[in-house]
Design a protein around this ligand. Structure first.
Ligand code: NI
Length: 393
């Protein structure tokens, strides 16, 4: 089966590159993936899949029926949205949409989903169970997976596979990680209410800016002194607003930030812990405060058994020298985690780094990827899906 999948993937490569470049030329922002979704639906229909559009707003689902020998139902998830970035590459197929760019490789992900559907639909009689291809919108705003799940995308699913490009891994390689792959992401909003006054007479006021500075410093120090340094925790205040003039003491400061953590138990304790520190400081200095802590995305925890299937498939398909073990999780977040509340899953990293040249990071206006990674991604995904249904894996 592997050699058939590989041959077919090589034959399909010119077509897949054409599809990927089409998406790259015409990127669409999160929640507005209308043309992309229509294109995806067209390709899936032409492969004989049962297609549903308008799932999770602009998402698409394609069902591929296997030979029915197993009740297992695998999902393959890819994401379709682009970013509000003005592309600055010199590529001939650079974005034609001003201010919008596929700078996170979702054009490639979508093409991998389609490539896997094209190949696996030709071998459906050898597939023991069914495969649901999930093309989700709005990953960049951490909403799309939620919308898809709300519309039933995970109903009856026994496992889910995903992929994300990674420019720091060389093209034609994949990166495998067991356990935590990405971080949980939570939103934090703090409003400190003091009392306005003359800048020259601080004792008659409650300076919200000064108290805010104490809050930020204390939170960072408390992380270093009160939390286990072997349990990663990052708290970033990314925006702070307060004050009106140099000689007026600010009565209110509002700050918002992001909190990243890997350990689910630690994550559950964070709202209360942070609240205690902020309230304590505000109390000391006579200010009032309001704290809103919102759990947004859990951490992507790759299932051991499913990760093993992808790793074994990649080793067979690509060879040992092209399978890299990822030693560190990322503190970036990925809404693939939402699906994992409904079924176990695993996501692998696809190397897209070009040889002998600087590889700009994801979300950079000059981000580029090596297109030879496309066939690597398609083969790894298609073969892993096939192997998922094999009793011995
Ligand atoms: Ni991405």
């Amino acid at each position: 089966m592997l050699s058939k999948i590989k041959d077919l993937a090589v034959d399909l490569t010119p077509r897949l590159i054409e599809i990927r470049r089409h998406f790259h030329l015409h990127p669409e922002l999160s929640g507005q993936e209308y043309q992309t979704a229509a294109y995806v639906a067209g390709v899936l229909s032409s492969c004989g899949l049962q297609v549903q559009e308008g799932i999770g707003k602009t998402g698409v689902i394609g069902e591929l029926k296997g030979n029915g020998k197993s009740t297992l139902h695998l999902a393959i998830r890819t994401d379709m949205d682009a970013l509000p970035i003005q592309e600055a590459t010199q590529l001939e197929f650079a974005s034609r949409v001003p201010g919008v760019m596929h700078a996170c490789g979702h054009d490639l992900h979508t093409t991998i989903g389609l490539g896997a559907a094209m190949i696996l639909s030709q071998f459906k009689d050898s597939l023991q169970g069914d495969i649901r291809f999930i093309f989700q919108p709005a990953e960049e705003i951490a909403q799309g997976a939620l919308w898809m799940v709300e519309d039933g995308a995970m109903k009856g699913i026994s496992a889910i596979f995903g992929v994300h490009v990674f420019p720091s891994i060389p093209a034609r390689c994949v990166g495998i990680r067991y356990g935590a792959l990405t971080s949980a992401m939570d939103d934090l909003e703090i409003v400190i209410q003091g009392e306005a006054g003359h800048g020259a007479r601080p004792h008659q006021a409650i300076d919200a800016i000064w108290i805010a500075s104490q809050v930020i410093t204390s939170l960072q120090q408390a992380i270093s002194r009160m939390q286990n340094p072997l349990d990663p925790l990052v708290l970033t205040i990314g925006q702070i607003n307060g004050g009106k003039a140099p000689n007026i003491i600010a009565d209110q400061v509002k700050m918002v930030g992001t909190v990243r953590s890997l350990n689910p138990e630690l994550r559950q304790k964070l709202p209360t812990w942070i609240k205690g520190i902020v309230e304590g400081i505000c109390h000391i200095y006579g200010a009032k405060c309001e704290i809103n802590y919102r759990h947004r995305l859990p951490s992507v925890q790759n299932d051991m058994g499913l990760t093993k299937i992808i790793e074994k498939s990649a080793l067979e398909a690509l060879g040992e020298e092209h399978v890299i073990s990822i030693f560190e999780p990322s503190l970036g977040a990925e809404d693939f985690a939402i699906y994992l509340d409904h079924a176990p899953g695993s996501m692998f990293r696809l190397g897209t780094g070009k040889e002998n040249q600087h590889n700009y990071p994801l979300h950079h206006p000059r981000f580029e990827l090596d297109e030879s990674s496309l066939v690597t991604g398609v083969v790894t995904m298609a073969y892993s899906a096939y192997k998922y249904f094999q009793p011995e894996n």
